[in-house]
Write a protein that binds this ligand. Structure first.
Ligand SMILES: [Zn+2]
Length: 287
């Protein structure tokens, strides 16, 4: 009897130990799996957040110009820029960058959370690459205003217009450190309308369009290039050129001699806000 008991007891213990071991192994395996997938999920969430932050802080042109469809659409979209069912305004600055004017203008735009479009001059981009880089990184659209601004060189043929575009574009790519950048947007020095180069300009518009490059003039101006320097006069002038237009493209300049624009800009922004205009740039147009 005693012997039987002694024999039976260890048999029961072995069974128990085996069951407990199996259950323990299963529980540990389950816990490990749960922890593993939990960590994976967390990492995935973190990288999603990182990607979102990166996409938000980088105004990358690849978003817009990744294929031929997008390439063709900028010509189409810019050609309809003056059609809008709400009041919108595009602030555009030509002939920069400069240190003395572009930098204060960038500070003011930041303060008012307004995004503008800068038609930069290739020769100035090479002089002040860091200013262009800042404008780009802060979400402003960097358009192309050619390289030399010397009319007789630029407008000797449609091909020389394209050459000027390409030279300035190369300078922009180097300045912002993105060789994939392509503004696909040219502002003709002096505009496209009239003048003795009118035919060359008209042919150059077609040549640029064939290369997927749009062009943009303006339909309002502060007359800063016509000698107006008094801020109240400039506000009055721009108001008169805006009139009742729903979609407004304002021409201004940010080369080093246009210091009065630093005083004008805050007043102009407030005036346009009071009139119910929404500030947009070319990125908004391409959305
Ligand atoms: Zn110009």
């Amino acid at each position: 009897m005693t012997l039987d008991l002694i024999e039976v007891k260890p048999r029961l213990n072995v069974k128990k130990v085996v069951i407990i071991s199996i259950v323990s192994v299963l529980i540990i395996a389950l816990l490990c799996t749960a922890i593993f997938f939990g960590i994976q999920h967390h990492i995935k969430n973190l990288s999603l957040i990182e990607n979102k932050i990166a996409a938000k802080s980088m105004p990358t042109h690849e978003l817009f110009f990744s294929d031929d469809l997008k390439k063709n659409s900028i010509v189409d979209k810019v050609s309809h820029i003056y059609n809008s069912d709400y009041k919108r305004v595009f602030l555009t600055f030509d002939d920069g960058p400069s240190k003395s004017v572009t930098i204060p203008i960038l500070d003011i735009l930041k303060q008012y959370n307004v995004k503008a479009t800068f038609f930069v001059l290739g020769s100035n981009v090479e002089r002040y690459p860091e200013v262009v880089k800042r404008a780009y990184q802060e979400g402003h659209y960097i358009g192309n205003h050619g390289f030399t601004h010397v009319y007789q060189n630029i407008y000797s043929s449609p091909e020389t217009v394209l050459d000027e575009y390409n030279r300035a574009e190369a300078a922009i790519k180097n300045a912002i450190g993105n060789q994939n950048y392509n503004s696909r947007l040219f502002r003709f020095p002096g505009g496209t309308v009239g003048g003795k180069y009118a035919q060359v300009k008209a042919d150059a518009v077609n040549l640029l369009n064939q290369n997927g490059v749009a062009h943009l003039d303006w339909n309002a101006l502060t007359a800063d290039s016509a000698g107006l320097t008094n801020v109240n006069d400039m506000i009055a002038y721009v108001e008169s050129t805006i009139g009742n237009k729903n979609s407004v493209v304002i021409l201004m300049h940010d080369n080093g001699t246009k210091k009065e624009n630093c005083e004008l800009l805050p007043q102009l922004i407030q005036e346009l806000q009071n009139r119910g205009y929404v500030f947009e740039n070319i990125y908004d147009l391409l959305k």
